[in-house]
Design a protein around this ligand. Structure first.
Ligand SMILES: *Cc1c(COP(=O)(O)O)cnc(C)c1O
Length: 228
């Protein structure tokens, strides 16, 4: 199952990239491993998975402890400031930068460890109340503020689209994100490169890639439905 699932997703990615004339390695597949046991994750790594995403700090810490180095870890969920210290030196990318208090804590902890932490700004395009993230019009002023902090670096944007089969709505949201990323890139801020556009999950990753995503976060299409 696992092998077929990963192969199918890689095939989907490849086909869309060919169709849209992009480089074959343009999309990073982040395997979302929440509730998945370590043995299964290690099996997925054996099948070529290089990037692991978790949305809770405690679970991420446990997985890092058990699995160790050799893969990239992504924190994709809401991050409380009091938990920053546990993961600051262990993750490749934090996808959920959404407020100044978190910026300050990340910058402080990164400076203590003499590192620069890479982040994505989370955007709540559909302005769903149940979701974290900045409104589209808040993103640029927020980024300009974050640029003042030396130990935190913005590498792009992230969004979680609504769970829906309304393809037109999904495309609209993903296009808004792509345009926002392009607009910010064009401003050529020093110390800011919009490398990543993290969008697309099991329900919508194909549409997301078609609309310019280069980092998808996929859980259930790899590991099956989650058992909480
Ligand atoms: C759970 C989760 C995913 C993956 O969801 P699937 O629908 O299982 O692919 C992606 N991103 C975030 C932020 C998540 O919490």
């Amino acid at each position: 199952m696992l092998r077929e699932n990963i192969e199918r997703i890689n095939e989907d990615i490849k086909n869309i990239l060919i169709k849209t004339g992009r480089n074959e390695d343009d999309v990073t597949l982040v395997a979302v491993t929440k509730t998945v046991d370590v043995a299964t994750i290690e099996e997925a790594i054996g099948l070529g998975i290089t990037d692991i995403g978790e949305n809770r700090v405690q679970e991420l810490r446990e997985k890092i402890e058990a699995i160790g180095e050799g893969v990239n870890y992504h924190l994709i969920g809401h991050l409380q400031t009091n938990k920053v210290k546990y993961i600051i030196d262990k993750v490749k990318l934090i996808h959920s930068l959404d407020r100044l208090s978190l910026v300050k804590e990340l910058d402080k902890r990164a400076r203590q460890r003499q590192l620069v932490i890479d982040t994505l700004v989370q955007v709540n395009v559909a302005e769903e109340e149940s979701k974290f993230g900045l409104k589209v019009e808040e993103v640029l002023p927020f980024i300009e503020e974050v640029l003042k902090y030396e130990n935190i670096r913005i590498r792009g944007l992230m969004t979680i689209a609504p769970y829906t089969d309304d393809e037109a709505l999904l495309r609209k949201i993903f296009r808004t994100m792509y345009k926002l990323k392009e607009d910010i890139s064009k401003r050529k801020y020093e110390n800011l490169t919009m490398d990543y556009l993290s969008m697309g999950m099991t329900n919508d990753y194909k549409i997301a890639i078609e609309e310019g995503s280069n980092m998808i976060r996929v859980g259930s299409a790899i590991f099956g439905a989650r058992k909480y």
